[in-house]
Design a protein around this ligand. Structure first.
Ligand code: FDA
Length: 584
């Protein structure tokens, strides 16, 4: 007997599940989202929120984006990434991070209408979840996923109602497993997972203490503490992480995964906090403490039939580079418009296969990147002479040696500077956040060659309208002086065509093809005396097509086709492209 029927059942209310629910409800798709617990994230795990994620929030609505900024710590307070013996002890080095270096800041400003910020998961989840529920999602807490079976028409899922102890059955057309790093949905579908779980051990200690006197003059999200044992297990180094400036903190300290997990009690966490802060008399108000393991695993296949996995269910990795929650939300942005199109009868089922084709390579990429970043702390320890065991006197002597005037000391300082600067691959890797390009049947390149990256693609975002890439950002202006990003002109669950003067026939084609397929295709002509004017010429310089050409953009803001100039038969071209993308 079926107790509940819906179009999409989502397991999990984390960043992946809550954003899926919010997006599906925004697109008018009925969905049920469940969580086995009574409420959302109870610790502020994810925090670094990158520009691409903020673009998803902006697409969900101005009020969603603004509320995120309201609760976030702003970018300016994120950037003085400090390496030190302890917060009170000697500072060993520093690097500008998270888009606060003047050169990086310029790249951030030119890339997106949004700002990177620090939004703890304890704020992000309620924002997404609230948006979902307000717009129509049916949320069911204390409801635990147990198992599912899929057939050719849908999925039947059995859950445990933890309040009554009774099993309930939910019938949906599709199932999303956003159930985190120990995903049962992935396991039950037998989706192949490459890599290893549990490659390192870490403990989180969440506490309140006013540490302003150690940090306010060098504002940062992360203070890296180099003490003997800091490179054991965990995320590569001891970490004091700001949750709220400057009186709420999370310490991350590693332990050897081959030993039993340490007993994390009040005395132990107070000792660790005092040691990393460097204040033997520090009093902390402990909020929570727990251990967790570092993973290095990704799903090689993100879907099977009517079942999809996303977020940590699909990519399991340490927090390095801050990519976890960001990628989870971006997975949802990729999948949800496709589900909506199929459920509305506007697309064929085959469109859904492109979720796997497009997102599986990203899962692998970010897991690899995050784990590589752990290893890249090594040269800092080496430069300081901290790799030769735990003999404190020896370590101290090696660290003192860098203060000398001899050539070895100079070489040691140079090695340390280089090792710290190299950490930009973790702390300022704008490219990995923004350069995602897709290749699948839901993109029509017409054999246009992908542009090569002119700079390091991990560090630098490179705008392009090559089909597969996210549409580049440029400001355009309306008649009363308001400025709009090109990203604001697209998205919102719709396909959009951007053209310029002489390309009006594209808009006629968009109307005709849209009417024939029963889909709204938005069209904007950008040019003088049009609704949007490119006063600065930034869009003309970025768009890589002529005035009368067009850039055709999917609901997830990725370009799916473009034409250099007005074609002989715009209607026929657009129809061909839509039929191909939507698998009709
Ligand atoms: P998540 O684990 O958040 O959610 C899973 C959901 O499924 C939960 O609601 C859970 O209750 C539910 N669930 C599980 N099993 C269920 C079942 N059987 N039945 C019903 N419900 C079930 N990321 C980032 O982008 N930036 C950052 O700065 C950081 N920093 C960071 C620091 C630390 C210390 C950690 C540990 C992690 C990070 N992360 C991060 C990673 C980030 O926290 C992580 O990637 C996201 O929470 C993943 O979101 P998901 O929604 O996929 O899973």
């Amino acid at each position: 007997m079926v107790d509940i029927t819906t179009d999409v059942l989502i397991i999990g209310t984390g960043p992946a599940g809550s954003s899926s629910a919010a997006l599906l409800s925004s697109y008018g798709i009925e969905n049920v989202v469940i969580n086995r617990y009574r409420w959302l994230a109870n610790t502020p795990r994810a925090h670094i929120t990158n520009q691409r994620t903020m673009e998803v929030l902006r697409d969900l609505g101005h009020e969603v984006e603004q509320e995120a900024y309201l609760f976030a710590t702003e970018q300016e307070l994120m950037g003085e990434n400090v390496f030190c013996e302890s917060l009170a002890g000697e500072e060993i080095g520093r690097m500008k991070s998270w888009g606060t270096h003047p050169l990086s800041k310029a790249e951030h400003l030119m890339s997106s209408p949004t700002f990177m910020n620090d939004l703890p998961q304890t704020f992000m989840e309620p924002l997404l979840f609230k948006t979902a529920c307000k717009r129509g999602s049916n949320a069911r807490m204390n409801t635990e996923y147990l198992r599912h079976v899929q057939d050719s028409d849908g999925v039947t899922t059995t859950c445990l109602d933890r309040m009554t102890g009774k099993e309930i059955t939910i019938r949906s057309k599709y199932l999303i497993g956003a159930d985190g790093g120990n995903s049962l949905v992935a396991e039950h579908e037998d989706l192949p997972i490459a890599g290893k779980m549990g490659v390192g051990g870490s403990m989180n200690i969440l506490f309140k203490a006013d540490l302003s006197k150690y940090v306010a003059h060098r504002p940062s999200v992360l203070y890296w503490v180099m003490q003997p044992g800091a490179d054991v297990g965990g995320i590569g180094m001891g970490l004091v992480r700001m949750i709220r400036p400057w009186n709420e903190w999370l310490i991350v300290w590693g332990y050897d995964i081959n030993e039993p997990a340490p007993v994390v009690d009040q005395q132990m966490v107070t000792d660790v906090a005092r040691q990393l802060v460097g204040d033997p008399g520090l009093e902390i108000e402990l909020l929570s403490a727990n251990t967790w393991t570092v993973n290095d695993a990704y799903a090689e296949q993100l879907s099977k039939g009517r079942v999809f996995i996303m977020g940590d269910a699909a990519h399991r990795h340490p927090p390095s580079n801050g990519l976890g929650s960001n990628t989870s939300i971006q997975d949802a942005f990729n999948l949800c418009w496709k589900l909506a199109s199929v459920l509305k009868g506007q697309a064929g089922q085959a469109l859904l296969e492109s979720y796997n084709t497009e997102r599986a390579p990203i899962a692998k990429q970010i897991v690899t990147r995050a784990n590589q970043s752990i290893g890249e702390f090594g040269p800092i320890f080496e430069a300081l002479g901290m790799t030769g065991g735990s003999d404190i006197d020896n370590i101290k002597a090696n660290m003192d040696a860098r203060c000398g005037t001899d050539p070895q000391a100079e070489a040691q300082r140079a090695a340390l500077n280089a090792a710290i600067a190299f950490k930009k691959y973790e702390f300022d890797a704008h490219g990995i956040e923004m350069n995602q390009r897709y290749a699948s049947d839901a993109i029509v390149t017409d054999e246009q060659v992908e542009p090569a990256f002119a700079k390091d693609e991990v560090l630098h975002y490179q705008p392009t309208t090559w089909p597969g890439a996210r549409i580049p950002h440029a400001w355009v202006f309306d008649a009363i002086g308001g400025k709009h990003s090109t990203l604001d002109l697209v998205g919102g669950g719709k396909f959009t065509l951007l053209t310029g003067l002489g390309g009006e026939a594209w808009c006629e084609a968009a109307k005709a093809v849209g009417d024939a397929l029963g889909i709204e295709i938005v069209c904007h002509v950008i040019g003088p005396r049009q609704t949007y004017v490119d006063h600065t010429g930034d869009w003309a310089r970025t768009r890589e097509i002529g005035d009368a050409g067009c850039v055709f953009v999917r609901p997830d803001q990725h370009v799916c086709w473009r034409s250099d100039a007005l074609s002989v038969d715009p209607k026929a071209d657009l129809k061909r492209v839509m039929i191909s993308i939507l698998a009709l």
